[in-house]
Design a protein around this ligand. Structure first.
Ligand code: C5P
Length: 308
């Protein structure tokens, strides 16, 4: 058997998503405060005759296995730049909710890039990897770096943010996904004829992250895409209400949704909120997680005699 490289990569929640008016290229300028959360996909790269993608996990059937998958596009982009054959089998062990607003597809793109770079020995610099990530999608650079960061431009220009503690979350996974372009389109429809302010990071939010105080973070959470996601999926309002009634400090739609995020004071409250959300029948599944989490990183290779 050839060498295998496995990369673990986190999901994200947007603790602030300030959205500006649509740009001429169709994208929106953002002040996007990303926080990586400890729900992970793993992408394993092994040499193969040609590029092949497989996926396992409860939502695997919803994951495309062709070149629309960001993992495949990442491998092709790196191979083309370095003049190598994209002869690799990428297996995605999927645990991040699919089409849920938690950057699962972006995560797989970043992980595949790191895995192929290690497998092929292309030795791409961090800056080159970040540039390829930005070509793949607006959220992909953050999946590479993890932690917490402010994304400006369309979200791809990152500045690291300090986080002073561990935050506890419960994520409620909805039935079916939401298309990100559709949610941005609904944002445009809802804001048509109004003055959309320039997006900027909230000083109160940045201070709350720095302090590690969940009560302060709860007061500062915001997502400009939430009205659009609720407009397309009105049932999410019931999920948000169920979580706050059960004791969450705050609730919001994660990115473009339809996953909803509940910030809780501690693990114990998280368990109560998770149970109440499941009992409410307003979501398909619940996932507790903590943040921040590290970015895409190569897993140590485990052999029969221990870590290689
Ligand atoms: O960059 P990414 O491919 O993830 O974007 C998916 C879609 O989300 C874009 O085609 C666009 O419709 C929307 N989008 C946007 N403004 C952003 C990021 C994404 O309008 N800053």
């Amino acid at each position: 058997m050839g060498r295998a490289v496995t990369v673990r990569v986190p999901a994200k929640v947007n603790v602030q998503l300030a959205v500006g008016a649509a740009r001429p290229d169709g994208f929106h300028d953002l002040a996007n405060v990303f926080l990586a959360v400890g729900l992970y996909d793993e992408v394993t790269a092994v040499p193969a005759d040609e590029l092949r993608i497989t996926c396992s996990g409860p939502d695997a059937a919803q994951v495309p296995l062709d070149t629309t998958n960001l993992a495949a596009r990442a491998a092709l982009a790196l191979a083309e730049r370095h003049g190598v054959e994209p002869a690799v089998h990428l297996h995605i062990a999927k645990d991040i909710p699919v089409a849920g607003g938690m950057a699962g597809g972006s995560a797989d793109g970043a992980a595949a890039l790191v895995a192929c770079d290690a497998l092929w020995g292309t030795g791409a610099s961090r800056d080159e990897l970040l540039a390829i990530c930005a070509e793949l999608g607006s959220d992909v650079p953050f999946s590479l770096v993890g932690g917490a960061a402010l994304g400006t431009g369309r979200g791809e220009k990152l500045t690291a943010i300090e986080v002073g503690g561990t935050f506890h979350w419960v994520f409620a996974v909805a039935d079916g996904g939401l298309s990100t372009p559709a949610v941005y389109g609904e944002f445009d429809r809802l804001t048509a004829g109004t003055e959309v302010p320039e997006p900027s990071a909230s000083p109160a939010l940045l201070a709350a992250l720095r302090s590690g105080d969940p009560g302060a973070l709860a007061k500062a959470l915001s997502n400009d895409l939430q009205p659009a996601a609720l407009s397309l999926r009105p049932s999410l309002a019931k999920t948000l209400a169920a979580g706050t009634e059960a004791g969450a400090l705050a609730a919001l739609v994660s990115g473009s949704g339809p996953t909803t995020a509940f910030l809780v004071a501690d693990e114990e409250t998280g368990r109560k909120v998770a149970d109440a959300l499941l009992a409410s029948g307003t979501c398909r599944n619940v996932r507790p997680a903590v943040s921040p989490a590290p970015g895409a990183s190569v897993r140590p290779c485990v052999t029969a005699s221990g870590t290689a």
